[in-house]
Design a protein around this ligand. Sequence first.
Ligand code: PLP
Length: 400
Amino acid sequence: MAFLSDTLARVKPSPTIAVTTKAAELKAAGRDVIGLGAGEPDFDTPQNIKDAAKRAIDEGKTKYTAVDGIPELKKAICAKFERENGLKYAPNQITVGTGGKQILYNALIATCNPGDEVIIPAPYWVSYPDMVLLAGGTPVPVVATLENDFKITPAQLEAAITPKTKWFIFNSPSNPTGAGYSHDELKALTDVLMRHPQVWIMSDDMYEHLVFDDFTFVTPAQIEPGLYDRTLTCNGVSKAYAMTGWRIGYAGGPVELIKAMAKVQSQSTSNPCSVSQYAALEGLTGPQEFLTDNKVLFQRRRDLVVSMLNTCPGITCPKPEGAFYVYPDIAGCIGKTSAGGAHIVDDEAFATALLEETGVAVVFGAAFGLSPNFRVSYATSDEALREACTRIKTFCEGLK
Ligand code: PLP
C-alpha cells in the first residue's frame, strides 16, 4: 500500500517557490543572483500596521478568535467592499483566512465533487489548477494568447462551459501576465455567465490596488449584480499592504458558502493569526496614501522593464494594466543555442540557462499554462531591474 495519498500524486509543488528557493541557494553559495521570481512587494509593511500588531500583543489579543475572523475586521471588510467596489455585504457574508490562498482553497474544498469542472483562464496563477485537483475537481484551462493581450474572449468562455462547470476562476489584474479586464471586457464575460446559472464565480482580486495609467479596476459582482448570489469576491492584504508574511486573506459571498468555508477552516487551521487580524484591521481602516505611492513606484518599474525587455532580440513584451508582473513572449529565442552552449528547446530551458549563465532568476511560462514565455516579477529595486534586463539582453544577443 502506498504511503502517500493518490490525491497528493495529482499535484506538483509550486514552481514559483522552487525558483525562489533555487535563487536563494545560489546566492548563499556566493553567486551574484538577481531574483525576479518572488511575487511580493520588496518594501516593508507600513509602520502604522506594525504598531497596531505590537499593541495587539501588548493588550493580550493573543488567544483563539472566532474561526473565520474577529467581528471588527469583518466590519472593516464590509466597509472596504462598499467603499472600493460598491458591494454591500453583511458581516455574516464575510470570511477571513490565512492568506488569500486559504480562502480560495476553503471555497474549492467546500464545493468540489469528483467530476466538477473549474474553468481557469491561462496563463494562470500556478496554484489554481493544483488546488482544484486537491479538492477533487477537474481544472479546465482556457488559453488567452498574446494577440488578445492575455485575456480570454466571451466565445472562449462560452465554449468551455458544460453542465458540469461549477466555478469560473477570474483573476484581474492577473498573476502572471498583469493583464486587467476593462469594464466592457468583463461585462462581455458576465453576460455569458448570466446564461449559465450552474456556474459560480470566484473572483481573485488580489492585485486590485496595483493598476496603472487610467485603468479602472472592476470585479464581476459589481459589474453584474445578477451574479451577486453566485459570486465569491476574494481579496487580501498581502500585496496591497506589503503584508505577505502576515497571512490574511478574506472574501465576501453568499451566507451558505461562507458558512461552509468556515466549517472547513474550523476543522483544519481554526482562526487566522489573531495579531495579524488586528494588523489587517489597521491596514484597511488606517491611512491609505501609500497605496497611491506604491502605484506610482510600480508603474515606473513596469515601464522600465517593458521598454528594456523589448530591446532584447527574440523577446516581445506587452505592457500590462496592473499587478507587478510582465510575461514576455520568447518565441524568437526557441531553437537557438546560448553562449554557454545550452540548447533552448523550451521556456524551461531558457530560464535554466538564464539563471546559470547570468544569475537572473525568472519563472518559466509552462508553469503558468502558456509557452514560450517567462514571468518577471518587478517588485524589486530599479537598480536591480536595470541590471537584470541588461543581463537578459546580453543573454539574448548571445543566442545563435
Ligand atoms: N491570488 C493570486 C493571484 C496571487 O498571486 C497570490 C499570491 O501570490 C495569492 C492569491 C495568494 O495570496 P496570499 O499570499 O494572501 O495567500
